[in-house]
Design a protein around this ligand. Sequence first.
Ligand code: PLP
Length: 359
Amino acid sequence: MTDQCKFFVPGPTWVRPAILQELSRPMIGHRSAEFKELFHGINADLKTLFATKQDTFIVTSSGTGVMQAALENCVARRVLVTTCGAFSERWLTIAESLGLECDRFDAGWGNAVNPDALADHLASRRGNYDAVTLTHNETSTGVTNDIAILASAVREESPDSLVLVDAVSALAGIPMAFDQWNLDVCLASVQKGIALPPGITVVAASAAAMERARKHPYRGTYFDFLEYKKQAESDSVPATPSIPHFYALAKQLTHIIREETLPARFERHRLLRDMTIERTAKYTRLASDPAHASMTVTALEPVASDAETIRYAMKERGFTIGAGYGQWKERTFRIGHMGDIPLKSLEQMLDVLDKVAGG
Ligand code: PLP
């Protein structure tokens, strides 16, 4: 196995060989003292990663499951869903499937959600929403929303609404400040910025979110936030978790927080983004608003060639890049530059892309 990455899909992302090895460690019981010790270390590190002193926990599910859980625990009646691409629209699909009353506040594909316009919308419907959903990083378009300002608009104009944030393709790649930004639920599956194989999701939840959950008698069993909180208080989980992921997460959080460190990790992601955009500018257009260009994924529209042709040509040369997504499937290809991808690996891939797409 090599530490060189040739895989640039915007999730699941490339996983370091040292992390893959953690997945093959012998089993321990999830009610054992060893597991409690493992959990304890992970949960302390999660508080650093989310920048919170409030509740954090780990759910054995992909991110979509916990998006549904956030709505099931926190919304009784009506939710405002902010949308700007396929994954922010997923909140809407889930909310509708749960029979919730939904309003949509749409910024349009490729744009970030505008905080002033959101504030105006909320001001005209004061007190009407149990929660507002935000998407930190829209993976289909490569746009990062300014969660600090959006959350403060919600607080200002609709103080009783909870703020539910999907940080799936942001956490550990783009700064997060859960307490300072006054968020209520923030979730991220681990196959993106945290750079683990897919299978579990990390969550932070505020006291207000827990209070809201307490008022809902029918939260279901598997995704009951109160049960996760109760179990986490004794370093445990409600049901049998994916134990191999816990080993890998413990090792990876040590790497992220104490070896690479968060400031250095964010700076590397900034460099990965800047290098991607600069080096492809001759033969592509950035598909989304450059002022909100994501540090973890870039969606590019080829000027002269076809996105799928480029992708296949890269595949033939041993490099995997991401396809366009949803309504941008034909028009764009995406470069995932998140997680543990070394700058050198991106540089090597861009050298090849230059030849394939740059002519
Ligand atoms: N939200 C965003 C921003 C995503 O990028 C994805 C997956 O790509 C999801 C949600 C869904 O997460 P999962 O595939 O872990 O269910």
